[in-house]
Design a protein around this ligand. Structure first.
Ligand SMILES: [Mn+2]
Length: 410
């Protein structure tokens, strides 16, 4: 991503802010210097700066029509270089974010002082937390701000970011395409290695291997690899069951690329061939997956898609002899068909809003029949375009014939 992307994101945010306001965003907090662990950057902070370092902060202040950004990063510690290397320099931070004014984080109290005195509204990210839990570093800082500058009105910038992040720009869609391409390769790697008798975690290893090999070291979420009846547990993540010879295997997985997520589900027979019943259920889910994808266009809401899915599902479940009355559908289909996708696998969303060009949503109907040990879900990632949709994951096989062909050629 070029720095122009982050510059325009900050500009777009400041347009939504009232005069005499400023906003504070924080990078993920982390102990630097400890043993390396997985670092996941705060999505809003990334969206506005492009930085992937811990413990940094951003201020965007608006005065009249002008806005200025200030970035705060950790100082390099020469004694720690041998352990963790050099920290990001001011120059690098400027280069990545396009922010000219870069300070060290210990300068934050002095820099914020005149800003807090001359403004009326302070947007502070990460406000929500339950009473009773300890104050996080962010909440502690917010408490200091409200104590020292009691005339400031504090607001949550969540609504602003939800609005800004909803429609993806071209550069973001390219990152998502890459995440989906890697996820595609990794799903094929799982299918190519699956044999009855294997453990689900072995299949997970084949998924992760292909992702890491392609430099996608972070997952959008913990992979769900569920065989047989396990596939009827929606957020199954133990991945420690044994794959039976007549089981279907459901993989709900996604790699991340430059912080952007894929979220794909495919279901295939462990032994390579769908049984008659499995095929019946699978074809029913596939038909709904395709019908809903075709509906996607600007102007609809996620609820419209869900209502349509339920309508189709009631009919399908009756044809599969699973239910007699419409209202029984929830026994076999109990989740939403769509969520938004972006910097988070479940991205920020205002569900009352209509789909617009640039939104990326999932389409993921499923049928779950514990008494038959069958769980099928088929999930694609769909971009809303000017007058319809583009299925970003259309290359990932989902036709019965394609899947059986892949499973038998190994
Ligand atoms: Mn999903």
């Amino acid at each position: 991503m070029k720095k122009q992307f982050y510059i325009s994101n900050r500009k777009a945010m400041s347009k939504l802010m009232p005069d005499k306001s400023f906003a504070i965003f924080s990078a993920t907090r982390a102990d630097t210097g400890n043993l390396p662990g997985e670092f996941v950057q705060d999505a809003n902070f990334f969206y506005l700066t492009g930085l992937k370092v811990a413990n940094a902060q951003l201020i965007v202040a608006k005065h009249g029509k002008k806005s200025h950004s200030m970035l705060f990063i950790e100082r390099n510690i020469p004694e720690m270089e041998v352990w963790i290397g050099k920290k990001l320099s001011k120059n690098d931070a400027q280069e990545i974010s396009g922010i000219e004014k870069v300070y060290y984080i210990d300068e934050f109290p002095n820099v914020i002082h005149p800003i807090a005195l001359s403004n009326e509204v302070c947007y502070y990210d990460h406000i929500s937390s339950k009473i009773g839990s300890n104050l996080s570093d962010s909440l502690y800082q917010l408490k200091q701000i409200t104590t020292h500058y009691p005339t400031l009105t504090i607001q949550d910038p969540g609504q602003l970011l939800t609005q800004l992040r909803a429609a993806k720009k071209k550069a973001e869609i390219e990152e998502m395409r890459k995440a989906i391409r890697i996820t595609h390769e990794a799903i094929l790697n799982v299918m190519n290695h699956t044999k009855p008798g294997m453990m689900e975690y072995e299949l997970e290893a084949h998924f992760r291997f292909e992702c890491v090999k392609n430099n996608a070291k972070q997952m959008a979420f913990s992979p769900i690899i569920a065989s047989g009846e396990n596939a009827t547990i929606l957020h199954y993540e133990k991945n420690n069951g044994k794959v039976g010879k007549d089981d279907l295997v459901l993989v709900d997985v996604g790699a991340k690329w430059n912080e952007y997520c894929a979220d794909i589900t495919r279901t295939f027979p462990a032994n390579g061939t769908f049984s008659t019943r499995q095929r019946e259920v699978y074809e029913a889910v596939l038909a709904i997956n395709k019908a809903i994808i075709k509906k996607v266009k600007p102007g609809l809401t996620l609820k419209n898609l869900q209502d349509e899915t339920i309508k189709l599902m009631k009919k399908a479940l009756k044809e599969l002899n699973l239910i007699k009355k419409d209202e029984e559908f929830k026994k076999y289909y109990m989740h939403g068909v769509s969520h938004t996708l972006g910097l988070a696998a479940h991205d920020l969303v205002d569900r009352s809003k209509k789909l617009e060009k640039g939104w990326v949503i999932t389409v993921e109907p499923g049928i779950y029949i514990p008494e038959e040990g069958i769980g099928v879900r088929i999930e694609d990632d769909v971009l809303v375009t000017q007058d319809g949709y583009e299925n970003l994951s259309s290359i990932i096989p989902k036709e019965v014939d394609e899947i059986e062909a892949i499973m038998h050629h190994k």
